[in-house]
Design a binder for this molecule. Sequence first.
Ligand SMILES: Cc1cc2nc3c(=O)[nH]c(=O)nc-3n(C[C@H](O)[C@H](O)[C@H](O)COP(=O)(O)O)c2cc1C
Length: 162
Amino acid sequence: MSRNRSGADGATDGVAEGVAGPKKAIVVYRSHSGVTRRYGEAIAAFASDIGVAARVVSVGECDMVDLAGADYLLLGCWTSGLFVIAQHPDEPWLAFVRDMPELSAGAPRIGLFTTYKLRTGSQFSKMRAALAGKAAAPVLELQSRDGSLSAPDRSALERFLA
Ligand SMILES: Cc1cc2nc3c(=O)[nH]c(=O)nc-3n(C[C@H](O)[C@H](O)[C@H](O)COP(=O)(O)O)c2cc1C
């Protein structure tokens, strides 16, 4: 029996039709040696803690069909470059963005994250440029040296996921 079916008196048996479930977040990362993966996992764990259904997948694992159904999409890539200049996302991340379907401007809400050693430099502007025309402009940028979530990261994520 459907859990949504109305009873004879018109009441539902617990789960009303049309009631939205938790908001959905997909965290998609590209990691070379694991730090960005850990950052993505920390982001997803924080989202889950505040009631958002979050999944974390690598660029290679992500099913493009899931993206349009997400309320939030967080895209992360390690910082590649010459340490002080010419930072950019790596080719597998860029290829993922090229292959992404065009997402409507309204949803999902887009956030970016990266890990680095010295400076992120042009990393976020390169990520934004790759995404232009594919999705709404990102409204969050998070960065970490060690893949852990800082207190400011948590506050920014809370506002992003509100
Ligand atoms: C080839 C190479 C280039 C890098 N270029 C930069 C850079 O330009 N700026 C920076 O701050 N870190 C740079 N890093 C450091 C990485 O961004 C950093 O270690 C990152 O956390 C690695 O993430 P991952 O473990 O997810 O691969 C570079 C690392 C490598 C291997």
